[in-house]
Write a new protein. Structure first.
Length: 255
């Protein structure tokens, strides 16, 4: 009889230890316990030491730290009928642990799914050039739409970033050709601007020399001086008509 009583007492003590261990919970600063009493929500508990009524209370632990979740690559057809693969990363955290447990079955899975569908919906309305150049605006639009849909679940989406836009090979080659053509166009425009400015300056110089014959003669003499500095044995240059006319006029006066 004594061994039976001893075994029963040991079993009772062991059961009491297990029940007490389940009744006492230590909740960290970044966690909350959502407590249900006989199936009814009674609120959030924590952080710190939390005491539960054995058998009566059931608790679900929820983390409050920011979660970083990769959105798998999505096949998207843009508004101008270009097929691309786009993936993203989403940052969110639970702001209401009770809503995250009560309002949705699995808030992590639900947030991932809503992020994928929103990514296809929002980016599919854009043209390829907008998708490549207006990344910041699209990130903001994605964040606002996803956050609005996850708000009833107690989930706050703080940021969404489009990571990669994978283009087909033929589209990559077309974009490369377009970029090269654009660079050539800019080079031709710059060259034409330079030619135009040079022609304008030459026109101004010609106008000045036309108004001042002496300036033309000085320029002529300067050119002769520059030619003389070269290592040429013989230099042939024309004599300006103005020089001859002045010389002939002076000779006629003497006669």
């Amino acid at each position: 009889m004594a061994p039976v009583v001893g075994s029963l007492a040991f079993f009772i003590v062991l059961l009491a230890i297990v029940v007490l261990a389940n009744a006492v919970r230590v909740v960290r600063e970044y966690e909350r316990l959502v407590v249900f009493r006989l199936g009814r929500l009674i609120g959030e508990r924590g952080p710190g030491l939390v005491l539960l009524i054995p058998i009566v209370d059931r608790a679900v632990k929820v983390g409050l730290r920011t979660v970083t979740m990769d959105v798998p690559p999505q096949d998207i057809i843009t508004r101008d009928n270009v097929s691309v693969k786009v993936n993203a990363v989403i940052y969110f955290k639970v702001v209401s642990a009770a809503d995250a447990i009560v309002q949705v079955e699995n808030f992590l899975y639900a947030t991932s799914q809503i992020a994928q569908t929103t990514l296809r919906s929002i980016l599919g309305q854009q043209e390829l050039d907008e998708l490549l150049s207006e990344r910041e605006k699209l990130n903001l639009a994605l964040q606002q739409v996803i956050d609005r849909q996850t708000e009833p679940w107690g989930v706050k989406v703080s940021n969404v970033e489009v990571k990669n836009v994978d283009l087909p090979q033929e589209m990559q080659r077309a974009i490369a050709r377009q970029a090269e053509a654009e660079r050539e166009r800019r080079a031709k425009v710059i060259n034409a601007e330079g030619e135009y400015q040079a022609a304008a300056r030459l026109t101004e110089a010609a106008a000045v020399l036309g108004r001042e014959p002496a300036a033309l003669q000085l320029r002529y003499l300067q050119t002769l001086a520059e030619i003389a500095t070269e290592n040429n044995s013989t230099t042939i240059f024309p004599v300006p008509v103005d020089f001859l006319r002045a010389f002939m006029t002076s000779m006629e006066r003497k006669n």
